[in-house]
Design a protein around this ligand. Structure first.
Ligand SMILES: *Cc1c(COP(=O)(O)O)cnc(C)c1O
Length: 222
């Protein structure tokens, strides 16, 4: 199946279960720029990438405007190119990183949109802040004038039975709703990837990050 056909299927799956408008971020990491172009030609407006250098090389060759999402872990020594090249950074998970980003955004004369990544399942292998540390990070970020907190992001564990993600997604939506009630510009709950986006959307995700279901298996030689 072509990228356009896969995309149609993913959108139809989302549309069948969504509770509100959902932003589909097409994840093109480890795919060549021709794949990125194909997606844009097929109507994709949001592109997700994990690694900054790889993303920049591909973005440079695009002739059309897309919204660029940094979804992978970000190191403080890469905040400058991150701010320069991405519209939304999904992976802020420490005060230290937020401070570095804020400084880079100030230097660039930009208000940087960010999400805070939550490690709800407390997996050692994943980035993200623990739920109990979230209020402190949120309070710190909200003092930073060049960052704009747009919402939350999470990556669910890769459970053999994907239904086990459901309670986690439900809990994330509850945390999101509580925070949203008292905030402006707090719009995005980024959760759901190829294996679990349907359940994530059923549970109230409004931003999914889907790669494999649209582009097939990744080629790690790119
Ligand atoms: C790679 C990646 C995705 C997309 O994963 P698929 O399973 O290919 O849909 C989504 N989010 C993050 C953070 C990723 O690193």
């Amino acid at each position: 199946m072509s990228v356009a056909e896969n995309l149609k299927k993913v959108i139809a799956t989302i549309d069948a279960v969504k509770r509100e408008p959902v932003t589909l971020t097409a994840v093109t990491k480890n795919h060549g720029v021709e794949v990125m172009r194909e997606a844009i030609d097929a109507g994709v407006e949001n592109i997700g990438e994990n690694r900054i250098q790889e993303a920049i090389e591909k973005f440079e060759t695009l002739d059309r405007q897309v919204t660029k999402h940094l979804i992978g872990h970000l190191q403080t020594n890469k905040v400058k190119p991150a701010v320069k090249n991405f519209d939304l950074i999904h992976s802020v998970d420490s005060i230290h990183l937020a401070e570095s980003l804020n400084k880079a955004a100030l230097a660039a004369g930009k208000i940087q949109d960010i999400l805070i990544q939550v490690n709800l399942a407390k997996e050692d292998s994943k980035s993200g802040i623990y739920e109990e540390d979230l209020p402190e990070l949120v309070a710190a970020v909200e003092e930073m004038k060049n960052l704009r907190l747009r919402g939350l992001m999470t990556i669910a564990p890769n459970f053999p039975d994907v239904e086990n993600c459901r309670p986690l997604f439900r809990k994330m939506r509850k945390i999101f709703d509580e925070m949203k009630a008292t905030r402006k510009n707090f719009d995005f709950l980024s959760m759901g990837m190829t294996h679990d986006y349907k359940i994530a959307v059923e549970e109230g995700s409004n931003m999914v990050r889907v790669g494999t279901a649209i582009f097939g298996e990744r080629n790690y030689n790119v």
